[in-house]
Structure formats: structure tokens, C-alpha cells
Design a binder for this molecule. Structure first.
Ligand SMILES: Nc1ncnc2c1ncn2[C@@H]1O[C@H](COP(=O)(O)OP(=O)(O)OP(=O)(O)O)[C@@H](O)[C@H]1O
Length: 278
């Protein structure tokens, strides 16, 4: 997948302001960014569900803006508000959607993969929010796509379901499916993505492996301690030893001393200009 200079405007709002992305076949790619950064708009354009105002886009060798039925059958999409009929059971729904594809996966296997085996005969209207999302994921993968585009797939999942979903993504990736997912969970991005891009205000502000992003501010450390008046302090520094030596001159024992390296979340907050959120 190749995206060059992608732009999208909604009236006065520039949602996507020149995004470049290159995603290799078989790769799991994570798109991170704060609310309103332009992730959903980007994914919708890649799916062929939204017009763009500028830029070149090639997805599985074709421009999604002129997508054919054959192209659509190779791209798996997880809708946020799947309009599956509420009266059908999980099994009926997955079987029904399988008929739209030339070479679908086995519905029973897919139901198992998303962890809905015990709910196969339950009606959709009786599913919890998280179970509903898992059904959405099942419908996204039933066509055995070459490329899977997932917009915040695990929102509303409980921790066990999220882990099961990670397993599913790894299984699909091992089988050669290319996967692009947006997420607000840094742990999820770190766990799943071979590479990730951080988007802010419609632009890519950083790109690379999670480890490389973390190492971007590699020599820095975060020194935390409690002041004599009880106020917690947090200082980012490239010279932590110096900071601690200074503190040691002021305190016998530095209260609440903690020295850590920036986490991916620290780096993310910094890259997106939200570091004061901590
Ligand atoms: N259909 C629309 N009409 C007008 N403005 C829109 C529309 N969809 C999105 N926007 C605006 O475009 C910008 C980018 O939105 P988008 O949904 O792509 O961001 P996002 O990164 O997916 O955010 P979130 O993490 O909250 O889902 C926002 O300012 C949003 O308000």
C-alpha cells in the first residue's frame, strides 16, 4: 500500500494534510493519534469509502477511488456500526456474509477465532457491546482478505477479549494478511504492529518500529521525586545523574525518587504535543 500526499478537507477543517504511508505486504501497521487526528478519514479513503481532495493512493495495486468488486473482495473492513440484522444468530450472520465472497473462510472457524463459539446460536440483539465488536471483526475477516483495515477494532473489549483479538491478528499476520489498524491503545500498537505511524493534525509526525520511536528520545530519563512541601515533581532530563546528585545535596534521602526511561506513551504524548496531559 502506497499513500503519497493524501489530503482531505471537510469544509474549513483540514482532516488529512499531506499523509505519506508505505505499508508492505504481510506487515501489521499501526496508526496512532489523538482524537480528530485524521485516522478514520485516512482509513475510509483507503477502503474506497470516502473521496479525497489530493494525493496518490494505491491499495493492493489499485486506486480505492475506482474500486472494483474483485478488489473489494480482497479488502477486509471492520465497520464500526455494522448493520447486521438483529434477529439473526451469530452463526447465521457469519454464514450469510460468507456468501458475498468468492473464497470465504470457514464460518465455524472464524466464530471460534473471535471467541464467539459459546455465542454462535445467540441472536445479535442479545450480544454485549464487546461481543458485538467481535462479531464485526468476524465479518471483516470472513472473506479471507489479503488486506485488513481495522479502525479501533478493540474499543469496548474486556482485557481477555483484547488478548484473544491480538492472537487473531497474529494468526492472520502469520498467514500473510496485511493489516492496518488504528488504535488508541499504545500497548496494543506495541504488541501487534511491526511498524507504526503517529498522526497529529492530519500529518505523520513519526514513523517506525515501537522500539525505534521509544529510542528517539533514548538518552533521556524521567526523574520523579517529592518536594519538601509534598508536591510531586517530574523532570525530563538528558543528564539524570546530575539531577539526582543535585537532589542528593538537598535531601538526606530523596523522597519518592524514581528514575525511568520514557515509555512509548511518553514519546507519543510528546510527539502529539500532549505531554502536559500527564
Ligand atoms: N464527515 C465529516 N464531516 C465533517 N468533518 C469531519 C467528518 N469526519 C471527520 N471530520 C473532522 O475531521 C477531523 C479528523 O477526523 P477523523 O475522524 O478522521 O479523526 P480520527 O483520528 O479518526 O479521530 P478519533 O480518534 O476521534 O476517531 C476532525 O476534526 C473531525 O471533526
Amino acid at each position: 500500500m502506497d499513500v503519497r500526499g493524501l489530503r482531505k478537507q471537510y469544509g474549513d477543517v483540514t482532516a488529512v494534510d499531506g499523509i505519506d504511508l508505505e505499508i508492505r505486504r504481510g506487515e501489521v501497521f499501526g496508526l496512532l493519534g489523538p482524537n480528530g487526528a485524521g485516522k478514520t478519514t485516512t482509513v475510509e479513503i483507503l477502503q474506497g469509502n470516502r473521496d479525497r481532495d489530493g494525493g496518490e493512493v494505491s491499495v493492493l495495486g489499485a486506486d480505492p477511488a475506482s474500486a472494483t468488486r474483485a478488489w473489494r473482495s480482497k479488502v477486509g473492513i471492520v465497520w464500526q456500526d455494522e448493520s447486521a440484522p438483529a434477529e439473526l444468530t451469530v452463526r447465521e450472520t457469519v454464514r450469510h456474509f460468507a456468501r458475498y465472497y468468492p473464497r470465504p473462510r470457514d464460518p465455524e472457524q472464524v466464530i471460534g477465532l473471535v471467541g464467539l463459539g459459546a455465542k454462535a446460536d445467540s441472536r445479535i440483539k442479545g450480544l454485549s457491546g464487546g461481543q458485538r465488536r467481535r462479531l464485526d471483526v468476524a465479518l471483516g475477516v470472513i472473506g479471507d482478505p489479503e488486506l485488513l483495515l481495522l479502525d479501533e477494532p478493540t474499543t469496548g473489549f474486556d482485557p481477555a477479549a483484547r488478548r484473544r483479538f491480538w492472537e487473531l491478528i497474529r494468526t492472520l499476520a502469520d498467514e500473510g494478511t496485511t493489516i492496518l489498524l488504528t488504535t488508541h491503545y499504545l500497548e496494543e500498537a506495541e504488541e501487534l504492529a511491526d511498524r507504526l505511524a503517529v498522526v497529529a493534525k492530519g500529518r505523520v509526525v513519526a514513523e517506525g518500529t515501537a522500539a525505534a520511536l521509544r529510542d528517539r528520545f533514548g538518552s533521556e530519563a524521567i526523574v520523579e521525586w517529592t518536594e519538601a512541601d509534598g508536591r510531586p515533581r517530574r523532570e525530563r532530563t538528558g543528564t539524570p545523574t546530575r539531577t539526582v546528585t543535585e537532589l542528593a545535596g538537598r535531601f538526606d534521602e530523596i523522597p519518592g525518587l524514581r528514575i525511568s526511561r520514557p515509555t512509548l506513551e511518553d514519546v507519543y504524548l510528546r510527539l502529539t504535543g500532549q505531554e502536559n496531559a500527564r
